[in-house]
Design a protein around this ligand. Structure first.
Ligand code: ADP
Ligand code: MG
Ligand code: MG
Length: 883
């Protein structure tokens, strides 16, 4: 078997599409080599080795050593140096590289191959002792930490001591002799902590690092990250071993990271940061303040430090050319890492750049407009769930605000919450239902769980490409990074700025679009659907087959949904209209009445209000279809609870409280979800449905008279299990329709259908469809009844089911295709067999879940219906499903 793939010198054995085998980093290093870009030579040990490693008790395939030796020899020849050669040592980096970039993995080890002996060779060969010793101390520190597990602070203490002795603040001011002193200290630390010396054998160093990369695949951070991002453990990671290039050899050297377009806004402008005379992750680590790549970037961020465009104009031009080359090749925004060694540019990484939802939209629309991708491709590139970020509130521009500090606008959106200073605390507070803002000097992969739990993230150090910024953008959390004026005191649990001190638990607001940090909770406003968002939605609308409706009963929800592009109402729950203060007493009176006469008297009081509800809905929906579900919940949900409420009802009905109390206890049920609800109410008390149908028809007539719009109401009978139930109730509705036609003189058009939410209804759908003109799958109840699980009680055991691998997803969030989905399929098939043009839709929570929307497309439903804020998500998901 082939375990090793080489790259470099304008060619490679791998390609970009070999990510599964080579990991993302390795595949793209190979691709860049093939493109002829300046990539230091190296090789990738495949993910298959990782799989082998874990299958065989953490050992390697027998032929791996030889293949590595051979690939290493190729690199030696290409560079003209020898690994471990005392005169002319080859140094390498050892880099992990999973298929999907994973922050939990082992950090890269740079400058591997340095020992007490080879460092002398490096001194001679480079003629720069300071550089050589700087590299060696970096290596001991990195290898000591990530491979040998010596804690960071040991190394930091030593460096701080040396700096204090020499009265120096910046690392760059240390001389060769200073670094030698640091190295001695570092080696002692390793000896002291591990009881053995720092390894002086380069092969031992190499295999130690390789083992650490594979070992890190199963560390807790990586496991957590995989769980949060649905990455299977079987994928494994690759290891990349690559000749070092040096950004720390002087002022004609640099290291940097860049995005080919702005990852925050999506603007088509080169965006990045770099540091002169620095190595590796210095830029992201926040040790020095990074400088901007371009003059424009420097100006936009009001930086005093010179840009790379000014400092190294020639190299910058080359880099800018690489930028265009890579974008043209990958046809997407790239996130790149580079190093400049003595004015020569080297590319060390490229990958599809993480971006905010707003940037993703802009980039997709721009690339389509530039002709680089087509509309379908643009649509595929947007994660529907990410649109949620854009539908979130932004700060009300008119609101009062007390800005106490400013940082970088690292990830847009506004968030308010209680300040916490640790990831664990963020998680604890979030579990208690608090919104929290996580404040850290800087974040690291250990903080992922807390960042996930927080509404927003605030750091006092680091740039736009710092860990906090990158992770927050990926997660869609608001983030202000590098608010340097703030002083965090972890011990005291405070953050202070110019005399203001904020304690843990105090409320703050951050605006990740402006970088502002504010005291208290600042009010927010709802976003508009415009610009690139609207453009992309338009393309989605051209492509999708399914219609998208909304679940709404209030005028506010209906208007919001229209604004977001809903094409009608798929579910209007009439009972929600019954709780309003002006009618609840009459509703209770109706429910508690002991005779039909009593009920009719109460219903007569409700009817005008109910009619007005429908008039408003029909007016807002302007002739679009509106599905109205007749009363569904168990009556006991409306029962008066307190004595005062009972008194009120008694008075309205002209009886006494004792009778009311007695009737209320009669209506009590032990299993209301399976009790006297849905069409069963209509069977027992047809006058209720009669009143509702009459209100609907009268409203339709009134709206026609007032606006000229013809409304075709779709009346939906809930919880049908047998064809008989449906027929009886449809007859009630038809009779009312005839009456209203007679009294108004206007022929009324309407449909009567049912909500399919019981397994029996799915099985008998063929007969039900003989009279039912549409089905709407009520997948919330259908999931409850297919599984026999109550949604309200599932919280206590569903997590165990997910952890135990019994259920992959929460079936109330993503439709259970195998069980509930099968029921839907059966009902759709049988319904269509009877009535080929039967209208089919879905109106459960699932209607706004992208994966479930895909399922609906495969069944060929006519529409999905979801809550107003999910309408854009469903529109996009429906388009993707149709592609
Ligand atoms: P990550 O996956 O965390 O980004 P990388 O493997 O990309 O880790 O390494 C981080 C940084 O280390 C790179 O951006 C680059 O600056 C530096 N680096 C890695 N390999 C080399 C190399 N061969 N020569 C010089 N610098 C390197
Ligand atoms: Mg890293
Ligand atoms: Mg990298």
């Amino acid at each position: 078997t082939r375990w090793v793939y080489s790259f470099g010198d304008g060619k490679a054995e791998g390609r970009a599409d070999m990510k599964n085998l080579l990991g993302g980093k390795g595949a793209n290093l190979a691709e860049m080599s093939n493109l002829g870009l300046p990539v230091p030579p190296g090789f990738t040990v495949t993910t298959d080795v990782c799989t082998y490693y874990y299958k065989h008790d953490r050992t390697y395939p027998s032929d791996l050593k030889d293949q590595v030796a051979e690939a290493l020899a190729t690199v030696e020849r290409s560079i003209g140096a020898g690994f471990g050669d005392p005169e002319n040592p080859l140094l390498v980096s050892v880099r992990s590289g999973a298929r999907a970039s994973m922050p939990g993995m082992m950090d890269t080890v740079l400058n591997l191959g340095l020992t007490d002996v080879t460092v002398q060779g490096l001194v001679k060969r480079s003629g720069d002792a300071r550089f050589a010793y700087d590299s060696y101390r970096r290596f001991i520190q990195m290898y000591g930490n990530v491979v040998l597990g010596v804690e960071h602070h040991h190394f930091e203490d030593i460096l701080e001591n040396v700096k204090r002795d020499r009265d120096i603040t910046l690392d760059t001011e240390l001389t060769a002799a200073d670094w030698q002193a640091v190295i001695e200290g570092y080696k002692q630390v390793v000896q002291h902590e591990l009881g053995r010396p720092f390894p002086q054998d380069v092969q031992e160093q190499l295999w130690g690092a390789v083992g650490a990369v594979f070992g890190s695949w199963m560390n807790q951070r990586a496991i957590t990250y995989r769980r949060l991002h649905d990455i299977p453990a079987e994928w494994g990671t690759a290891v990349n071993i690559q000749a070092m290039v040096f950004g720390n050899m002087g002022d004609d050297c640099a290291t940097g990271v860049a995005f080919t377009r702005n990852p925050s806004t999506g603007e088509n402008a080169f965006y990045g940061e770099y540091l002169v005379n620095a190595q590796g992750e210095d830029v992201v680590a926040g040790i020095r303040t990074p400088q901007h790549l371009t003059i424009a970037g420097k100006q936009a961020n009001k930086s005093d430090l010179p840009s790379m465009e000014e400092v190294m104009p020639e190299v910058f031009k080359q880099l800018d050319a690489v930028r265009l080359r890579l974008e043209g090749h990958y046809r997407d925004m790239q996130d790149i890492e580079f190093t400049v060694q003595q004015n020569k540019l080297y590319m060390l990484q490229t990958r599809t750049g993480k971006r905010t939802a707003a940037a993703a939209l802009k980039i997709a629309v721009d690339l389509a407009d530039e002709g680089v991708i087509d509309h379908a491709e643009a649509i595929k590139r947007i994660d529907p769930a990410s649109l949620d970020q854009l539908l979130h509130p932004t700060l009300d521009p008119k609101a009062q605000r007390t800005v106490i500090a400013r940082g970088l606008p690292a990830s847009p959106g506004a968030a308010s919450g209680k300040l916490v200073f640790s990831a664990d605390e963020a998680e604890t507070q979030a579990q208690l239902g608090e919104s929290v803002i996580l404040c850290r000097i800087e974040t690291s992969p250990e903080d992922i769980h807390g960042m996930h739990a927080a509404r927003g993230i605030l750091t006092t150090r680091g740039g736009m490409t710092s860990h906090a910024a990158v992770v927050a953008r990926g997660m869609g959390r608001a983030c202000v990074a590098g608010a340097g004026d703030l002083r965090v005191d972890y011990k005291a649990q405070t953050v202070s700025v110019r005399g203001v001190t904020i304690k843990a638990g105090d409320t703050v607001t951050i605006d990740g679009s402006t970088g502002e940090v504010m005291l208290g909770a600042v009010p927010t406003i709802q976003p508009e659907l415009s610009g690139d968002f609207a453009t992309l939605m338009g393309w989605a609308d051209e492509i999708r087959r399914m219609k998208v409706r909304t679940n709404a009963e209030t005028p506010l929800d209906a208007r919001t949904a229209r604004k977001f592009g809903a094409e009608g109402i798929g579910l209007s729950r009439t009972e929600h209209m019954f709780f309003d203060a002006d009618r609840i007493v009459a509703v209770r009176e109706m429910i508690l009445a002991e005779t039909e006469q009593g009920r009719r008297a109460a219903l007569a009081k409700i009817a005008p209000m109910q009619r007005q509800d429908f008039v408003e809905l029909f007016t807002i929906m302007k002739g679009l279809p509106v599905t109205i579900r007749l009363l569904d919940p168990p009556l006991h949900e409306f029962l008066p609870n307190s004595d005062a409420e009972m008194e009120e009802v008694a008075k309205a009905a002209g009886t006494d409280i004792l009778k009311v109390r007695h009737r209320a206890s009669q209506l009590h049920e032990s299993n209301p979800m399976l009790g006297h609800r849905g069409c069963r109410l209509g069977i027992s008390f047809p006058e209720i449905y009669e009143m509702q149908a009459r209100s609907i028809f009268e409203a339709a007539v009134q709206v026609f008279k007032e606006t000229g719009e013809t409304v075709i109401p779709e009346i939906m009978i809930p919880l049908i299990g047998t064809p008989k139930e449906f027929d009886i109730l449809k007859a009630v509705i038809d009779k009312v329709a005839a009456e209203v036609t007679g009294s108004s003189g206007r022929q009324i058009e309407y449909l009567v259908g049912t909500m399919i939410e019981l397994p029996r209804a799915c099985l008998r759908a063929g007969e039900i469809a003989e009279t039912a003109e549409f089905f709407s799958f009520g997948t919330n109840d259908l999931t409850q009844t297919v599984f026999g699980i109550s949604r309200d009680d599932a919280g206590s055991f569903l997590p165990d089911y997910q952890r135990g691998g019994i259920l992959e997803h929460d079936p109330f969030v993503t439709i259970d295709v195998e069980g509930v989905g099968e029921m839907v399929k059966i009902a759709a098939e049988r319904g269509r067999a009877t009535r080929p043009d039967i209208k089919l839709g879905i109106c459960g929570e699932h209607g706004g879940d992208p994966a479930s929307v895909h399922f609906c497309e495969t069944v060929g439903l006519d529409y999905v219906s979801c809550s107003p804020y999910r309408v854009p998500i469903a529109r996009l998901a429906a388009a993707q499903a149709a592609l």
